[in-house]
Write a protein that binds this ligand. Structure first.
Ligand SMILES: Cc1cc2nc3c(=O)[nH]c(=O)nc-3n(C[C@H](O)[C@H](O)[C@H](O)COP(=O)(O)OP(=O)(O)OC[C@H]3O[C@@H](n4cnc5c(N)ncnc54)[C@H](O)[C@@H]3O)c2cc1C
Length: 264
């Protein structure tokens, strides 16, 4: 039996570009270039390595996002994933983490899975909670923030991994099906090869909307959101830095400056 791996990948605004809120205080996703969240490349890489070790495996990459989010899926496919699922619907505008996890859970159930792999956090929302909420919704174990991960025993086996804390490393395992998230310490993500980029153009990308997933519009979007942004202000323009000239007391001045800023 094939090991079915679903990797959750997010299409995020390019952090090097100018980012803005729209009038309803949601992130402006139309006027900015986006890309596959860098932290999700680690999740794709771990899926590819697990698939290499398995007798038989199939990797599906899944995103909830606007039309352009297909770019993130193509990148993951060009790295080596087998197929993709894209959930897109106008009613998703304003969906928060609760709604996103609902949509992902329904799409994962529809696709079929033994192992779900997510990144440690997205590079825009950076909540880092989605994998845990997703596991709860799916009713399966969660093993989060792994810097090493492997699967033993195929689809009916176990997922094992190492979680590194400040003072100790834990060895964790869970019976499949399960949800894991991997950190940026799990191993460099591969670059897509030219062959991979060409092959990705022919790989299947399934498009789903809320109807396909039996989700009502009120369960997602701004209406269904558990969180609300009341106010947002532009970050103040950068001011000129403070130059400390060392005329004998430079070290002291530097320490005073850092203490004044509460850095030390
Ligand atoms: C069109 C649209 C509009 C949205 N508007 C809002 C809004 O107004 N307010 C708001 O709070 N949220 C909004 N969201 C949802 C938001 O962008 C996040 O996806 C969600 O809140 C999860 O938070 P996070 O990214 O911080 O998750 P984290 O917990 O930081 O993410 C951890 C991991 O979960 C997975 N993941 C997260 N999001 C997705 C995704 N969309 N698709 C696939 N995998 C994912 C990735 O593997 C990621 O590494 C919107 C989403 C869409 C698609």
């Amino acid at each position: 039996m094939s090991l079915r791996i679903v990797v959750c990948v997010k299409y995020v605004p390019d952090a090097t570009g100018d980012r803005h809120f729209t009038d309803d205080l949601t992130v402006d996703r139309d006027d900015v270039d986006g890309l596959l969240s860098e932290l999700d490349e680690y999740a794709v890489e771990q899926a590819l390595q697990i698939a290499d070790e398995a007798d038989d495996a199939e990797i599906t990459v899944l995103t909830v996002g606007p039309e352009d989010a297909k770019d993130a899926l193509r990148k993951a496919l060009s790295m080596g994933a087998d197929k993709a699922v894209h959930v897109e619907d106008d009613d998703l505008h304003g969906t928060d983490v609760m709604g996103t996890s609902l949509v992902l859970a329904k799409a994962i159930e529809k696709t079929g899975y033994d192992l779900v792999i997510a990144g440690m956090a997205s590079t825009d929302g950076t909540m880092g909670v989605l994998p845990a909420i997703l596991a709860e919704r799916l009713g399966v174990p969660q093993v989060t923030l792994l810097s090493e991960v492997s699967v033993e025993g195929g689809p009916n086996g176990t997922v094992k991994g190492r979680r590194d804390g400040d003072t100790a490393s834990e060895q964790l395992e869970a019976a499949l099906p399960a949800v894991v998230s991997v950190t940026d310490q799990s191993g460099e993500a591969r670059y897509p090869s030219f062959k991979g980029i060409m092959a990705a153009k022919k790989k299947p990308v399934e498009s789903l909307d809320l109807d396909d997933l039996d989700i009502e519009a009120e369960e997602v979007g701004l209406e269904g959101a558990w969180t609300k942004v009341d106010e947002a202000t532009e970050r103040p323009a950068r001011t000129a830095g403070t130059i400390v000239k060392d005329e004998g007391a430079g070290g002291k001045q530097l320490a005073e400056f850092l203490a004044g800023q509460k850095f030390i």
